[in-house]
Write a protein that binds this ligand. Structure first.
Ligand SMILES: [Zn+2]
Length: 337
């Protein structure tokens, strides 16, 4: 049985340049409208670090619209998840530009005490914005999908009550950042993990529900140049090395293409899930939560999302959130033969 979980990375990704109203608020409003029309909800992965800093500096006055929107989405049943780009906490704002702290680009490489400080600060921010001091998000997505080395970050999140991560994309390699999610290709649609997010471990306190991908030829992907630029991170002395590493990662015969509801056309979205629909017909008893990803900044065509939701209803595929999915995850095994 398939259920689709739409996750929205709610942020201005990249180097911090962008207009909050145009790149966050307006596309999220369009998506809210489309989802409500279908009686559906998405998981709103709010990037806590960036919005807190934008609020402090008032560098974009639309920040108040954004925080009000986070709260109202939360209050109307859209699930609030924690998304973190820690390089924002030490960022400086000069002459109308943000300079992010590349030393804190990957939360997982920081000392445990610093990870705790960052996670606690992000949770305090979310609680204030949603107006609920007792709120703890259920789910986490790491900035730039960087969730290796997985410990101690996973323990810090689990100790604070988070239950689920959705950072992995099977087959993913970001060698410039030390990320290798290829071992996850052997796992099922979800798995508990402990030492490494890409390997199932029944003793894990968190469960991984990865972003759905299909393996495609490189020419089916967005251009390597665009990807290399988008994932290399902010300008820094390391960035040419990061870009070279990224180009090397992309020089593989098959690459993982994420199920991206903000970038893909309607036809691409449909063909991306058709394989899973076929597998599911053969074994409908197996529970397959299917995670789609989108970024507010990328929303090209809200009508394509509208049509895709209609298509899912036609296929009798429910649209869910993690809070609805988690209680129904079987403990183990989740490895497909
Ligand atoms: Zn992000």
């Amino acid at each position: 049985m398939i259920e689709c979980v739409f996750t929205l990375d709610y942020e201005i990704y990249g180097d911090g340049q962008g207009d909050l109203r145009r790149h966050v608020y307006e596309p999220a409003e369009k998506l809210r409208e489309v989802f409500l029309k279908h009686g559906a909800r998405f998981v709103n992965f709010v990037e806590a670090a960036e919005f807190e800093r934008l609020e402090e500096t008032r560098s974009d006055t639309a920040i108040d619209l954004v925080t009000a929107q986070i709260r109202s989405l939360h209050e109307t049943g859209f699930e609030t998840g924690l998304h973190l780009h820690p390089q924002w906490y030490n960022a400086t704002y000069r002459d109308g530009r943000w300079v992010l702290d590349d030393r804190e680009y990957n939360l997982c490489t920081l000392p445990r005490a610093r990870i705790e400080e960052i996670v606690d600060r992000a949770l305090r921010y979310l609680r204030r914005v949603v107006g609920d001091p007792g709120f703890t998000p259920l789910s986490f997505r790491a900035g730039n999908w960087l969730f290796q080395p997985t410990q101690p970050a996973a323990s810090v999140l689990a100790e604070r009550g988070l239950r689920l991560d959705s950072s992995v994309f099977k087959g993913g390699v970001l060698s410039g950042r030390g990320i290798d999610y290829r071992p996850a290709a052997r796992s099922g649609p979800y798995w508990p993990f402990q030492a490494d997010v890409s390997r199932a471990d029944p003793n894990g306190a968190l469960v991984e529900v990865p972003i759905h991908v299909r393996m495609v030829r490189p020419w089916k992907m967005p251009t390597p140049k665009r990807l290399a630029l988008a994932t290399a991170g902010p300008r820094s002395r390391r960035s040419w090395r990061a870009r070279l590493a990224r180009l090397r990662d992309l020089a593989r015969p098959w690459l993982p293409q994420k199920l991206d509801f903000c970038r893909m056309t309607f036809d691409e979205l449909v063909s991306a899930i058709d394989g899973v629909v076929r597998e599911d017909r053969e074994d409908p008893t197996f529970f397959r939560p299917l995670v789609a990803i989108g970024h507010t900044k990328d929303l090209a065509d809200a009508l394509a999302v509208d049509r895709f939701l209609e298509y899912l209803a036609f296929r009798s595929i429910p649209v869910s959130t993690f809070s609805a999915v988690v209680p129904r995850l079987a403990p183990l095994p989740t490895t497909l033969s």
